[in-house]
Design a protein around this ligand. Structure first.
Ligand SMILES: Nc1ncnc2c1ncn2[C@@H]1O[C@H](COP(=O)(O)OP(=O)(O)OP(=O)(O)O)[C@@H](O)[C@H]1O
Ligand SMILES: [Mg+2]
Length: 308
């Protein structure tokens, strides 16, 4: 399994993913390459939730998709840095160096991603059961019967009511919230060490959003996976994250434990993001997180106040 593991690379104990000085460009060969991700570094520990926040276009999705090695299909190129991942067999591999075939074998098994819009990720012509089973058969070499049993279990794990009946339903027969649960079930089917959720609740109404956040937290307690949670909603960050990285124009401008980021934000942009959010803890007596407007920050005219 670990033939392509990096013999010389090491990760501190308990670290699952280490992104180091990552550079991602679109139109890399052109006279004016678009540097979507600029020297981004962060680590995620086992069982930890790291929130990646920042306004639209700041590079959150490109960072996540690059960890999944999916941006290359959009014409992006990794022009620098490393993405070290601790695999289930204990090996450490640099995802940037792997062949496409090898990455395909890891995707869904070691790490997986849940997108904002489950309708575009679920296949309309296959049943829910078949789609989850397919992932299990591909990665774990299980028979169709075994895979179906695992699919049923994982649907129960994400609290899909009436799971046995749902196995034979199609995506269009489910509500938006239920589809998002199915996407999480599919991402969980092979028990990856890391799950990336890219704005998984943005398209959902506020009650369903709260249920999905509760679910992610419960799953983490139950199976101990690490989560990279992307959002531009600081209310959601307060609800779910252990640590936060704030992105602005392709760079991480501030990072730290969630309490520290809310209590003593150092970068002006972080303060601007937080100023739209009530005090940390003030949502404790509310049933659901609230949505906040996106902050537009003009980095050309507003320089960070604090040295980072
Ligand atoms: N396929 C692509 N081709 C060219 N440029 C792209 C492509 N995808 C993203 N970009 C650019 O990369 C930058 C970062 O985009 P990204 O999608 O990561 O932003 P984001 O932080 O996820 O924003 P949002 O909150 O809107 O999802 C943007 O300037 C975007 O225009
Ligand atoms: Mg995005």
């Amino acid at each position: 399994m670990s033939v392509q593991s990096v013999a010389t690379a090491s990760l501190p104990d308990g670290v699952i993913l280490s992104v180091e000085n990552l550079e991602v460009c679109f139109a890399a060969g052109a006279a004016n390459p678009m540097r979507a991700v600029r020297g981004v570094s962060f680590q995620i520990g086992r069982g930890e939730t790291l929130a990646l926040v920042g306004e639209s276009g700041s590079g959150k999705s490109v960072t996540a998709m690059t960890v999944m090695r999916l941006t290359e299909y959009d014409g992006a190129k990794i022009t620098g840095g490393r993405i070290l991942m601790r695999l289930k067999d204990g090996g450490i591999t640099d995802l940037t160096q792997l062949s496409e075939k090898r990455v395909e074998a890891l995707r869904g098994f070691e790490f997986s991603i849940v997108f904002q819009d489950p309708m575009s990720s679920l296949n309309p012509v296959f049943t829910i059961g078949d789609q989850i089973s397919e992932v299990v058969m591909r990665h774990q070499g299980k028979s169709a019967r075994e895979a179906r049993a695992i699919a049923l279990n994982v649907l129960k794990l994400v609290r899909v009511p009436d799971a046995a009946r749902r196995l034979d339903q199609y995506a269009h027969q489910l509500s938006g919230g239920m589809r998002q649960r199915v996407m999480i079930a599919m991402a969980l089917a092979c028990r990856p060490s890391l799950m990336i959720l890219d704005e998984p609740t943005t398209a959902l109404d506020v009650t369903i959003q709260a249920q999905i956040l509760d679910l992610v937290r419960a799953l983490q307690r139950e199976i101990g996976m690490s989560v990279l949670f992307i959002t531009h909603d600081m209310g959601v960050v307060a609800e779910i994250a252990d640590r936060v990285c704030v992105m602005l124009k392709g760079e991480i401008v501030e990072s730290g434990p969630v309490n520290q980021i809310f209590a003593a934000p150092r970068h002006r942009y972080t303060r601007a993001l937080i100023s739209a959010v009530p005090r940390l803890g003030s949502m404790a007596d509310k049933d659901a997180p609230e949505k906040f407007p996106l902050v537009i920050y003009d980095a050309e005219t507003a320089e960070p106040e604090a040295a980072l």
